[in-house]
Design a protein around this ligand. Structure first.
Ligand code: NAP
Length: 367
């Protein structure tokens, strides 16, 4: 086994994958590994596999050495978490990765070399030309062009492209988007930090982040998701822009993007203004979105019906509401798009991709 790892680790991805393309389509059930199983997304993956009744023969839960020996539950059965090693992927058909880019870069080729299909939630492979970046409602066909690795897009990207894709046929000129991103987008540490800061303010201990110099999340809105790049945009903003263009197959799509962290636990929201090439009505947009896969239109403001992150919690759907015409520009329609970032933005989308390539294919995105 060590020989296999040493021999494949330094091959170029294209050489590696030609002979290693996994053939998972014909099996009735699968051995699945989750790398990052103890994290927010990993735990959601486990639950999603359970909820969607994914056909599983064996499940392997992988994390760092510090989590080895912990137990998680799958279908009410205890499963012990193991420290990931090169041998962890032996006999694994599908590897769901959610352990960050470093772990993905270290283990994805190894998993592929063992015949496993890797569905990777990190940003490690997303912008590589040879690796498909897939949202099943948008570009499912790309999943079949994989050579062993499929990338799962960034959370804020997924919900945006689910809504934009069906509108592409109207001719999109420019997309203006501002995000309101929950702290769970940063993983468990984001949630812990917001709780600590909030408790600290409510206890009267502090009006700022306890023990740190960073801008507090609690009772705040922070126009910095991830770090600032030289061009003045944040890394999150550039992910949203570049990944959307790749998934929509529209490299020249004009997009103006601002990403903001807000003190919400789960669920990312986006205000989106879509400028079309010609006049388009809000009713037209509403009708198209309502008939599109994975989207629930919630748009009856008079009766208090509109999407919001608390509503999206626990769902695999993308919710769209507040659909209205720009008051000064008949070619522009505004909307509010919300999804559970840990589910549709990560775990749910990953499991949907696995379903696309297996006998577990489902027609509906939602449960
Ligand atoms: N949160 C979201 O909304 C979201 C959305 C889309 C994509 N993602 C991506 O999904 C990934 C995980 O995010 P998360 O929110 O679940 O983070 P998280 O809660 O911090 O969990 C990280 C997980 O990765 C494991 N891990 C970290 N480094 C590892 C290594 N070198 N080897 C093995 N395991 C390692 C951790 O194991 P230990 O517990 O043992 O430390 C833990 O299980 C990231 O790449 C993130 O960008 C997250």
């Amino acid at each position: 086994m060590g020989v296999i790892f040493l021999s494949v680790k330094y091959k170029s991805p294209s050489k590696l994958t030609l002979s290693m393309k996994p053939d998972v389509m014909e099996k009735e059930s699968y051995t699945v590994a989750i790398l990052g199983a103890t994290g927010l997304v990993g735990r959601a993956m486990l639950k999603t596999l359970e909820r969607r009744n994914f056909p599983i023969t064996g499940i392997r839960l992988l994390a760092t050495g510090k989590s080895a020996g912990k137990t998680l539950y799958y279908n009410e059965k205890e499963v012990e978490v193991e420290a990931v090693t090169e041998g962890s992927f032996e006999g694994v058909d599908i590897s769901l990765f959610s352990a960050g880019s470093d772990a993905s870069l270290e283990f994805s080729d190894i998993a592929v070399a063992h015949g496993s299909l890797v569905i990777d939630n990190s940003s490690a492979h997303r912008m590589k030309d040879e690796i498909p970046l897939v949202v099943p409602e948008v570009n499912p066909e790309k999943a079949f062009e994989n050579s062993g690795i499929i990338a799962n897009p960034n959370c804020s990207t997924i919900q945006l492209v689910v809504a934009l894709k069906p509108l592409m046929k109207l001719g999109i000129e420019h997309v203006f988007v501002s995000t309101y991103q929950s702290v769970s987008g940063m993983g468990q540490k984001g949630i812990d930090r917001l709780l600590e800061e909030t408790n600290s303010v409510l206890d009267g201990r502090s009006r700022s982040r306890a023990g740190g110099s960073e801008v507090p999340f609690a009772f705040n809105a922070v126009p910095k998701c991830d770090y600032f790049l030289e061009n003045g945009y944040t890394r999150e903003e550039m992910k949203l822009l570049l990944e959307s263009r790749k998934i929509l197959g529209s490299p020249d799509l004009k997009m103006s993007v601002t990403a903001v962290r807000v003190p919400v636990m789960y669920g990312h929201s986006e205000t989106v203004a879509v400028k079309f090439k010609d006049k388009v009505s809000a009713d037209q947009v509403r009708g198209i979105l309502a008939a599109s896969p994975g989207i629930t239109v919630m748009d009856d403001p008079e009766n208090g019906i509109y999407p919001h992150p608390r509503y999206s919690e626990g769902s695999g759907e993308t919710f769209v509401g507040r659909i209205r015409q720009d008051l000064d520009d008949p070619t522009t329609v505004l909307m509010f798009i919300v999804a559970d970032n840990v589910l549709k933005g990560a775990a749910w989308n990953a499991v949907q991709i696995a379903e696309l390539l297996t006998s577990s294919r489902k027609e509906s995105a939602s449960v």
